[in-house]
Design a protein around this ligand. Structure first.
Ligand code: MN
Length: 510
């Protein structure tokens, strides 16, 4: 098998290896439809188009995604790029899979109209996808494969895609605790955004790895021996090397002095229980001297994104240092896959679980870390102020209860929950609000007093001969903006009514 070129059989083999009871039929059906629909299409690289959905699905399988997510990944570009419609997908695969495919298509519909609008749209997009966090994760896999094939794309466009991945996608993956995908997105993009720095860092990392590798292997073997002697069970002990981009960021922090980076290599110990983790820490400390102030208990005090592990840095071989990371299999899965580690429970409880999980991760006590991340991002972005403002709002929006709907052109409009077409109309323009006569939602006439739902495509039908809003709209308008505009007219109307009526009333009294 050539690198990155997969067949359906490769995908199925991988699925079976991870989940022996997988619904292979479903995956085969999704592949068959995608393969037929994309027939004759090629990627810029010249490969058959089906390689893209296949690779996207493969990345998700490696993240332990459940079967419906893998199927949605195979189908993700079908409605946008082929003659097969979303409705056909819905008929054949049901609402859940069609819903995910629809969510991904919508991201594609967002048009590039200058940096400002683009960021605005993307920002709202991600929050909109919070409704079904699986869509974001499929989007990450889609983006990751696109980054891996950037070589065949014109340089300028490749740069823009890479930059956007580094500045927007990767931080959001980090925010969701999907460390593995964050690292892979960053490494794939790094090469195109800062080619010289990438070469420099990669070279440094390769040399350091080669130098350290034998010593690290020796420590791993010694650790295993010590644990066996002490009767502590372990599941796996392996070395891990820092992702290139994350190493680069640390290098910048320490004036490019690689000797100051303590966690360049780490030894990861996966142990059955939390108690085993603490016991193993004691064994490691009795064998190697720990560095003062480098023992971190993220088990009793998890990081804001939920990360849990015990960390310690020890001396070996006269002054060399290495970090140990100790964790249970559950903690390991959560660290690699973050919110996506909950796929499996998700399958049982329905996608609501993922949405709730997402909200929990964004609750108030975790705000500090989010602000720290914003600060880091601020330093790396050209149009600092604009971008920071957008992200600051992103944070606020997530805390509020918002819905996200689309204009027929694909712009995203965010509104408070329970908003109606009237709120949407006034959001677009006061004149549109004032002359609204009807609304179409997803192509179908929708009563003006009925709430909209996230993902709706809303079209307002206006009647230019209409002079003013209907005061009854006040009964169901949700936004302050719409209400105040309707009231302005109601008041003006009342004033003219009073003007007309009052003099005669006064006259009568006379
Ligand atoms: Mn795609």
């Amino acid at each position: 098998m050539e690198k990155g070129l997969f067949t359906l059989n490769d995908l199925i083999a991988q699925v079976k290896a991870i989940r022996p009871d997988a619904d292979i039929k479903l995956i085969e059906r999704a592949f068959a439809l995608a393969d037929a629909a994309h027939k004759g299409q090629n990627r810029m690289s010249g490969e058959p188009y089906i390689q893209h959905p296949l690779n996207t699905a493969m990345i998700l399988v490696e993240m332990h995604a459940p079967d419906p997510v893998v199927a949605a990944a195979l189908l993700h570009d079908v409605p946008e790029d082929t003659n097969v419609t979303l409705e056909e997908i819905r008929e054949k695969f049901g609402d859940d899979i069609a819903g995910m495919v629809n969510g991904i298509s919508k991201v594609g519909k967002i048009k590039y109209r200058g940096v400002e609008r683009y960021i605005e749209n993307l920002r709202k997009m991600f929050v909109a996808m919070a409704n079904d966090v699986r869509v974001i994760i499929i989007k990450f896999a889609d983006r990751l494969h696109n980054l891996q094939t950037l070589d065949s794309i014109p340089q300028k466009k490749a740069y823009r895609i890479a930059l956007e991945s580094l500045e927007i996608y990767a931080p959001i993956a980090g925010r969701l605790g999907i460390g593995e995908i964050k690292g892979r997105l960053e490494d794939a993009a790094f090469k195109y955004v800062l080619p010289k720095e990438y070469e420099f860092t990669l070279d440094l990392a390769t040399k350091a790895t080669q130098n350290k590798q034998p010593a690290i292997q020796k420590i791993i073997d010694q650790t295993k021996d010590e644990l066996v002697k002490s009767g502590i069970q372990f599941i796996d002990i392996h070395g891990r090397y820092k992702h290139t981009y994350s190493l680069y960021r640390k290098l910048l922090k320490y004036g490019r002095d690689v000797t100051k980076i303590y966690d360049f290599t780490a030894i990861r110990c996966i142990l059955p229980t939390t108690a085993d983790c603490y016991a193993a820490l004691g064994i490691i400390h009795s064998r190697w001297t720990p560095l003062k102030g480098r023992i971190k208990d993220y088990i009793s005090q998890p990081k804001p994104n939920g990360y849990q592990s015990l960390h310690t840095t020890v001396f070996y071989d006269r002054g060399s240092i290495v970090e140990f990371q100790l964790r249970t299999p559950e903690m390991h899965e959560a660290a690699e896959f973050g919110i996506a580690a909950h796929w499996n429970y998700d399958e049982i409880k329905g996608k609501k679980f993922a949405a709730n999980q997402f909200k929990n991760m964004l609750d108030a006590e975790k705000e500090i870390e989010w602000i720290n991340q914003l600060a880091v991002m601020q330093n790396t972005i050209k149009d600092k102020e604009e971008f920071l403002n957008s992200l600051e709002e992103l944070k606020l929006d997530v805390f509020r209860d918002r819905i996200f709907v689309y204009t027929p052109k694909g712009d995203v409009i965010d509104l408070p929950e329970e908003s109606t077409p009237i709120d949407f109309a006034y959001h677009i323009h006061t004149d549109i609000g004032n002359t609204t006569s009807a609304a179409k939602v997803n192509g179908v006439i929708h009563p003006l007093d009925q709430p909209l739902r996230s993902g709706d495509i809303v079209e307002i039908v206006t009647n230019k001969s209409r002079k003013e809003p209907n005061p009854d709209w006040l009964k169901f308008a949700k936004t302050r903006h719409a209400k105040s505009k309707i009231r302005q007219y109601a008041r003006a109307g009342l004033a003219s009514w009073i003007k007309g009526v009052l003099p005669s009333a006064i006259k009568k009294k006379k």
